[in-house]
Ligand binder design. Sequence first.
Ligand code: SAM
Length: 260
Amino acid sequence: TSFGFKEVGEDEKSKLVGNVFSSVASNYDLMNDMMSVGLHRLWKDRLVSKLNPFPGMKHLDVAGGTGDVAFRVLESIKNVGRRAMQDGLTEIEEDTQIYICDINPHMLNVGKKRAVELGLGEERCLHWVEGDAEALSFEDRSMDGYTIAFGIRNVTHIEKVLAEAYRVLKRGGRFLCLELSHVDIPIFKQIYDYYSFSIIPAIGELVAGDRESYQYLVESIRRFPNQETFARMIADAGFQKVEYENLVGGVVAIHSGLKL
Ligand code: SAM
């Protein structure tokens, strides 16, 4: 009656493991949609529109396992390419490369699987790379753009991540970070606090059967530096023209900087 792995053949085992991954993926999507009421999609759109992707660019999306940001960058580049063709420009550089780096191979598998579902399984410009944001395997000055969405809050050393972002970007390259941030508007702050301390852990328990992880999530948002402090950290890493945009009153913020 026991269901130990010992009794399961290799084929069945990989099927079981596959099921675990897809349940992680669907859970992850569902939770993102529920907790942000679908808004995370618009926030990611906004992030990519600030990037101004262009055909031929080398882009690095860090903590990007699910592919959510990378797929948008690719889509945006294809649109720019199409418009350029319509304008009669035929010499479009084709050498676009988008690297998706994540420390967790399971998350990368989720992204790869999703790429297949989106018909992007054969895309030669998408590269899935297992790696740590604090010690990237990419060369100095090799990227035109760097994005990190909902990834920097949970790393051990934010400064190291920023230093690595700076190192791999070319001169003129843009750094963009989308992250849950701090709400500072009276009344809205009280509503948001209630939502995050009471509702989010409850949703976590209900949907994922995991109250603690979601409680941790809320606490990690609290601990993350506020918009101004984080902007200073980005500038301290060497970036210029550092600015940020609050979305939904600071529930999330997009920070940007240029390596000049
Ligand atoms: N960017 C995706 C999105 O917005 O949907 C995924 C965000 S998910 C909340 C955070 C991701 O960061 C996870 O996939 C996790 O594996 C990854 N991660 C955590 N620490 C990391 C590190 N030090 N280096 C690279 N990725 C990391």
